[in-house]
Design a protein around this ligand. Structure first.
Ligand SMILES: Cc1cc2nc3c(=O)[nH]c(=O)nc-3n(C[C@H](O)[C@H](O)[C@H](O)COP(=O)(O)OP(=O)(O)OC[C@H]3O[C@@H](n4cnc5c(N)ncnc54)[C@H](O)[C@@H]3O)c2cc1C
Length: 443
């Protein structure tokens, strides 16, 4: 039996961040990854002259991501989209409407006068006394249904591909939850906080795509990483843990003092057999929304306008066969030939499970619909799609109880840390911040 100090499970952005800070502290560790590459869902692919992202398209920088970029010395590879990224559109009643945050939004055709009144009344609405509620309940209670339907619903689709009537406010929009708890109102909180110095959150990618970031992290500790190795079980053993793995068709058991897991919730339920039964069943029940990513390119001359922003999102009540789209090469021109516009169209989510079994057909329907919105020809110059059957974990109302059960498991098992996007929040920035703090505060 071999001995190692800390074993990190999974080399997505969560596991890579944890390994980076272990490495920086000079601690002894081994990173275990089932596939043959680092990055997890972050996966850039080059197909001919097109660079596509099979997972996230960009990162919204926070201070921890910025620090990580500097620490691995890839700041010279950063790509930003100044002047373009803030233009975000919503497809509304058959046309694209600009949805710039702030006062301009009140003037947009997305909101009627009754919503302006709802904003004025918001500071006087009583805070909730419930432990948790859905995103839909929160916005209807504090503002109104029009704001929920026209602004919040498309935003939730863009981040979670999920349903605001099911998703927990407390576990998804944590800041809004605490703003209401602390200040009694979102507007009062925004006024109080307006003078706080805030990090400028910039939309970022890299030369070579997002995999440049994850590969840059992984390259630092290739000699401490086992790719193509699957963890089967983690059990307590005296003051440490036994980790059983399959590597090159061989079963191995390693003994270690600490385990940091960043694998998915359902895999944790299988691997950590000492979790109690109710926790195992809660983890198995965390639903992951499916997502079909459809990549379409057109000659710019065939599109009757010049896309000047991030892309657009679609409210559910518009009943369109896709959730929204990113105008990739408007943000980062490097990803396609200069005379073309490359787009990623998002299809699926919790309201269109058909993508799981009928990907080809759904891609066809969504592609035609996207072309109509853009005024583009029905046949693109480039088309490709990628289906991720289990893409984004859904934090439904009451999800905080699942988190609490895992907190208790960690307390009873010193040296065991359960991380991953279903613990930290799904944004890459959240994954980085959670794992940096985990290592720096505990080890
Ligand atoms: C389509 C899509 C678009 C997204 N868009 C954005 C975006 O634009 N911006 C943003 O901030 N976020 C976005 N996200 C969310 C974000 O990308 C993810 O939340 C984040 O990358 C998850 O990282 P992770 O390391 O926690 O998990 P993962 O990336 O899933 O990594 C887990 C790793 O564990 C490995 N593993 C699993 N089981 C085992 C096992 N038994 N043994 C060993 N290894 C195992 C897996 O192979 C994987 O490499 C998007 C996600 C998706 C799916």
């Amino acid at each position: 039996m071999n001995q190692v100090d800390t074993i990190v499970l999974g080399a997505g952005i969560s596991g890579l961040t944890a390994a980076h800070y272990l490495n920086k502290k000079g601690l002894n560790f081994l990173l275990i990854e089932a596939t043959n590459r680092p990055g997890g869902v972050i996966h850039t692919k080059n197909i001919g002259n097109y660079r596509i992202e099979q997972g996230p398209n960009s990162i919204m920088l926070n201070e921890d991501v910025q620090a990580l970029i500097n620490e691995i010395d890839i700041a010279d590879k950063v790509l930003t989209a100044p002047g373009v990224e803030e233009n975000r559109y919503i497809y509304f009643k058959g046309k694209l409407a600009l949805a710039k945050p702030g006062f301009e939004l009140l003037k947009s055709r997305l909101l009627t006068f009754k919503s302006i009144i709802a904003f004025l009344k918001e500071p006087f609405q009583k805070p909730s006394i419930q432990d948790d509620e859905s995103i839909a309940e929160f916005f209807i209670r504090r503002l109104n249904k029009e704001i929920l339907d026209n602004l919040i619903n498309p935003m939730v689709s863009g981040i979670y591909a999920g349903d605001p009537a099911k998703l927990s406010l407390r576990s998804t929009f944590k800041k809004l939850y605490s703003m209401e708890k602390e200040y009694g109102s979102l507007i009062k909180a925004a006024i109080k906080k307006r003078k706080e110095k805030r990090f400028k959150r910039i939309l970022t990618s890299f030369q070579g795509g997002l995999s440049t970031f994850t590969q840059g992290l992984a390259d630092q500790f290739t000699n401490k990483t086992w790719f193509g190795t699957r963890v089967n079980s983690v059990t307590s053993k005296g003051e440490g843990y036994n980790v059983t793995l399959t590597r090159n068709n061989e079963n191995i058991t390693l003994k270690c003092r600490r385990v940091i897991s960043t694998i998915s919730a359902s895999t944790v339920a299988e691997v950590f057999t000492e979790l109690d039964e109710s926790a195992i069943s809660s983890l198995k029940n965390i639903y992951y929304a499916p997502m079909l990513l459809l990549y379409l390119a057109y000659n710019k001359k065939d599109i009757p306008f010049s896309p000047d922003g991030f892309g657009f999102l679609i409210p559910q009540k518009e009943k369109m066969p896709f959730l929204g789209a990113i105008w990739n090469s408007a943000l980062f021109p490097q990803v396609a030939p200069q005379n073309q516009l490359l787009n990623t169209v998002f299809v699926g989510g919790t309201n269109n499970l058909d993508v799981i079994d009928n990907a080809e057909e759904q891609a066809e329907i969504a592609g035609k619909s996207f072309a109509r919105v853009m005024g583009a020809p029905e046949i693109p110059v480039f088309k490709h799609y990628y289906l991720k059957k289990r893409a984004i974990p859904q934090f439904h109302v009451g999800y905080y109880k699942v988190q609490e059960a895992i907190d208790v498991f960690e307390q009873y098992n010193p040296g065991l840390y359960i991380s991953g996007n279903w613990r930290s929040g799904v944004a890459i920035g959240d994954c980085v911040s959670y794992n940096k703090k985990l290592i720096n505060n505990n080890l």
